[in-house]
Design a protein around this ligand. Structure first.
Ligand SMILES: NC(=O)C1=CN([C@@H]2O[C@H](COP(=O)(O)OP(=O)(O)OC[C@H]3O[C@@H](n4cnc5c(N)ncnc54)[C@H](O)[C@@H]3O)[C@@H](O)[C@H]2O)C=CC1
Ligand SMILES: CC/C=C\C[C@H](O)/C=C/C=C\C=C\C=C\C(=O)[C@@H](O)C/C=C\CCC(=O)O
Length: 277
């Protein structure tokens, strides 16, 4: 989808990857609703973006994505300000193996809720113009991150939910595509939680493994991941596709054949984004 003139809503926008996604959307001519639970950092970001892009290009909304009321209110305010929503990026996420129910609430439940809100506002059957939803998972949504079983579960959940809903959206002709981004380690604040006993609980003793994994995968910088995000947004079709980002390569993930393909004798593996929707 061409970005110029589009309206985007990004959760967890105040810092890290969310900020990177907002900046690349703005640079390419979109207007962006910035949602974040951190009011102070969000207001600072809004002030800095106002200087660069002008005050009418962004809207900062304090929003805890785990609150159903705050989230639906944020969608409503975005529509009041900009009149439509074309792109939604569900990015807010935390690592917390100790308070794992909170991790499930932020990383998975809120992504599901926000995705359904986005569908409600974008789908053609409700008078919407269609659109694109990009859900931010992780490489830990494709394979196990041993220090973080619950984080791993939530990110696998995001991948599975988004792929299934992409097929459902196409079958229902909603006009809304879903895509998923799976980066390896990125230099942001979340990385520091990997060595914190407060967040890693039972698994803080495994910190050495994290360092080994970071040594093996390397460390991405936010702008590299923002470029991959832009690729997902701009490329037409590819509904249900999952884009993996490592310091060396950015490539679409090929999944094993689905049980329905096996039963129906379809010879090719589940090709990401094979449908041109
Ligand atoms: N940094 C990394 O290595 C990787 C991060 N990711 C994912 O990228 C996403 C962004 O993470 P980072 O930018 O790295 O982390 P970060 O900690 O720098 O930023 C997360 C942002 O989300 C906001 N947030 C947290 N809880 C929230 C809530 N309940 N409601 C609204 N906003 C909330 C925070 O205030 C913060 O602005 C997460 O989903 C994370 O799991 C995926 C792969 C790698
Ligand atoms: C809680 C952590 C916060 C942020 C981390 C972030 O989401 C990054 C995750 C980065 C890496 C995930 C790793 C996933 C690993 C796997 O898929 C393993 O199954 C594979 C492990 C080693 C592969 C060895 C090899 O085959 O070369």
């Amino acid at each position: 989808m061409a970005v110029n003139g589009k309206i985007a809503l990004v959760t967890g926008a105040a810092q890290g990857l969310g900020r990177g996604f907002c900046e690349i959307l703005l640079k390419n001519g979109a207007k962006v609703a910035l949602l974040d639970v951190n009011k102070e950092v969000g207001n600072d970001l809004k002030a800095s973006l106002d200087k660069e892009f002008g005050p009418d290009h962004t809207l900062f909304l304090t929003c805890d994505v785990t609150s159903e009321d705050q989230l639906s209110d944020a969608y409503q305010k975005t529509l009041e300000k900009f009149g439509k929503i074309d792109i939604v990026c569900n990015n807010a996420g935390i690592a917390n193996e100790r308070d794992w129910e909170k991790a499930v609430a932020v990383n998975l439940v809120a992504v599901v809720r926000s995705t359904y809100l986005a569908l409600q506002h974008m789908k053609k059957q409700n008078g919407g113009q269609g659109g694109l939803i990009v859900n931010i998972a992780s490489m830990a949504g494709l394979g196990p991150l041993l220090t973080s079983p619950v984080y791993t579960a939530t990110k696998h959940g995001v991948v599975g939910f988004s792929r299934a809903l992409a097929e459902a959206s196409e079958a229902c002709d909603f006009g809304v595509r879903l895509k998923v981004l799976c980066p390896t380690f990125v230099r942001t604040a979340i990385i520091s939680t990997l060595s914190s006993e407060e967040y890693m609980g039972l698994f803080s003793c495994l910190h050495g493994f994290t360092e080994q994994m970071i040594g093996m995968f390397g460390m991405l910088e936010v702008p590299q991941v923002a470029e991959a995000f832009l690729q997902l947004v701009v490329e037409e079709g590819k509904n249900g596709s999952v884009l993996m980002v490592t310091p060396e390569i950015t490539s679409y993930v090929e999944f094993p054949k689905s049980p329905t393909d096996v039963l129906s004798g379809n010879p090719s593996p589940s090709a990401p984004g094979s449908s041109p929707q």
